[in-house]
Design a protein around this ligand. Structure first.
Ligand SMILES: Cc1cc2nc3c(=O)[nH]c(=O)nc-3n(C[C@H](O)[C@H](O)[C@H](O)COP(=O)(O)OP(=O)(O)OC[C@H]3O[C@@H](n4cnc5c(N)ncnc54)[C@H](O)[C@@H]3O)c2cc1C
Length: 485
């Protein structure tokens, strides 16, 4: 039961990092009538779905952690994926979130009627809630590349987010399509095990060299014994990444120049064969695409077993991949490290707001949301890591924490009886989008590269201002930006 004000029942969709966070922060605010719906059989979202070899965080672990559940136990500066999954499971367990989750129950529809949301699930369950929090993830729906002949492949074929661990890699000829963080992590991890590794590169990536040392027992002990030091470590990293996040919005900042120099030096110093070096040299600015962090990719791709294929793929054939020059690259395993459909969000869920407003129509041709959390005509429906939120190389946990606190302030207005329903006004969204698009055109993400940050018009679909401005925007909702009924 709620401990304060009008009772509010909340449905949280998704039990990844953001859904777990929502349940904990709602409980902390005294909102305990909360049910989480999770379509899979476990918590962790991204970190449950992705099990590919080499998976690791690409922001320091002490930053990629809930501010209320910092841990001294990280094994490495950039923790491996299974450790992050275990961390999320542990936090969910310790905070009593697991008991509130309906596992194996995908929400298929949310219909707003009579002042409440009516939810329907794939398993046929029906539920009602005053407030819905969609925490369904951004990097969730795998994106298959548009390559002819995929079905004809005679070996094992899978997306990196659906890794098939029954397929042996030792001694196999493995092909990887894609050159983002995932592909880079896989290459570094498996090149020593396979017979031949072919990396099919459409776009070269800037690689930011970052060592990933293990923490020593002495270092962990120091943090175990001193919670203030642990908190300070988190804060220092947060401040550092603020600087970086602020810098990427300004392509002419000294920080971006520093990143570019570090990436360029990495390429020049660590790739020895001039021909290979030129193939690996991007023709756009560093940080235009999500920056790839790796201590060892260049050494992995120079392994005699590795082959960087830069000819475009013509088609997949039963024996492997044929490139446009007619060469067939024979393969036993083909991995699609081709990312995600980043504009899907909760979809294909059917979401109908007030007066029959359909989200599919509201989001045609592209998703928008006021400050990335609320959509006009969809009252009491809020999103974590929704459209056009902060992107870039920093912790999405921090982003979700700020958004969640903001949303709870809106829910508090309902609990105080100021309104029964709240959603952003159309004017607020239109104004926000106008400003956002203008600013987005001047970020480093718009300096001439092809990336998943760009929307269908080629405009970066993210928060284009500093992280400090994001923090300010999330401090308290502007009452004038919301319809309160
Ligand atoms: C390989 C990889 C590496 C990454 N590395 C980093 C990193 O280093 N730093 C960083 O900040 N971010 C990173 N990210 C981004 C990462 O996705 C976020 O940090 C974070 O995990 C997102 O959490 P989330 O809860 O918003 O979404 P998700 O983790 O995607 O969780 C969404 C959950 O919702 C469930 N769900 C979806 N639809 C429904 C439905 N209809 N009904 C019921 N349940 C549903 C899903 O099953 C899933 O469990 C990475 C992403 C990937 C893919």
């Amino acid at each position: 039961m709620d401990t304060e004000g009008r009772p509010v029942r909340c449905a949280v969709i998704g039990a990844g990092m953001a859904g777990i966070l929502a349940a904990i922060q709602l409980a902390g605010a005294g909102i305990t009538d909360v049910t989480l719906f999770e379509k899979s059989d476990g918590v962790g979202g991204t970190w449950r779905e992705n099990t590919y070899p080499g998976l690791a965080c690409d922001v320091p672990s002490h930053l990629y952690a809930y501010s209320f559940a910092l841990t001294p136990e990280w094994s490495h500066r950039y923790a491996p994926g299974p450790e992050i999954r275990a961390y999320l499971e542990d936090v969910a367990r310790r905070h009593g979130v697991l008991d509130r989750i309906r596992f194996g129950d995908a929400v298929t529809e949310c219909i707003f009627a009579d002042g409440r949301w009516h939810l329907g699930t794939e398993a046929g369950h029906r539920d009602e809630a005053d407030v819905v929090l969609a925490a369904t993830g951004v990097l969730h729906h795998p994106r298959a590349p548009d390559i002819a002949g995929l079905d004809s492949f005679g070996g094992s074929l899978f997306h990196s987010a659906r890794w098939d661990h029954d397929v042996p890699l030792d001694g196999a000829r493995v092909g990887i399509v894609g050159t983002g963080s995932t592909a880079v992590q896989i290459v570094s991890s498996i090149v020593g095990r396979v017979r031949r590794l072919s990396l099919f590169q459409r776009t070269a990536q800037w690689i930011m060299p970052q060592e990933n040392p293990a923490y020593t027992d002495v270092e962990r002990d120091a943090l175990r014994d001193d919670p203030e030091r642990l908190a300070a470590t988190h804060q220092e990293l947060s401040d550092l990444f603020d600087l970086f996040a602020n810098a990427v919005v300004d392509p002419d900042s000294p920080e971006i120049a520093w990143v570019e120099k570090a990436c360029l030096e990495n390429l020049e110093k660590n790739v020895h064969d001039p021909e290979l070096r030129e193939k690996l040299r991007p023709d756009y600015r560093a940080a235009c695409k999500r920056l790839v962090i790796s201590p060892d990719f260049y050494s992995a791709i120079q392994n005699p077993r590795a082959d960087l294929v830069t000819e475009a793929i013509d088609r997949v054939v039963p024996d492997g991949v044929r490139t446009v020059d007619g060469t067939v690259h024979p393969l036993d395993v083909l991995v699609l490290a081709t990312g995600f459909q980043v504009d899907s969000f909760m979809r294909p869920m059917r979401i109908v707001g007030s007066d029959g407003a359909d989200l599919a129509r509201a989001w045609d041709p592209r998703p928008t949301a006021y400050l990335s959390v609320s959509v006009p005509d969809f009252p009491n429906f809020f999103m974590l890591n929704g459209p056009n939120g902060p992107i870039g190389n920093f912790s999405l946990i921090e982003v979700a924490e700020l958004q969640c606190r903001y949303i709870i302030q809106l829910i508090d207005r309902i609990r105080r009886g100021e309104c029964r329903t709240l959603c952003a006004t159309r004017v607020a969204l239109a104004h926000f989008e106008r400003e956002r698009e203008l600013a987005a055109r001047n970020t480093v993400w718009a300096t001439g590269c092809r990336s998943w940050y760009l929307d269908d018009r080629g405009i970066p679909a993210g928060w284009p201002w500093s992280f400090v401005r994001f923090r300010d925007a999330m401090r308290a909702p502007d009452p004038a930006a919301f319809v309160c009924r």
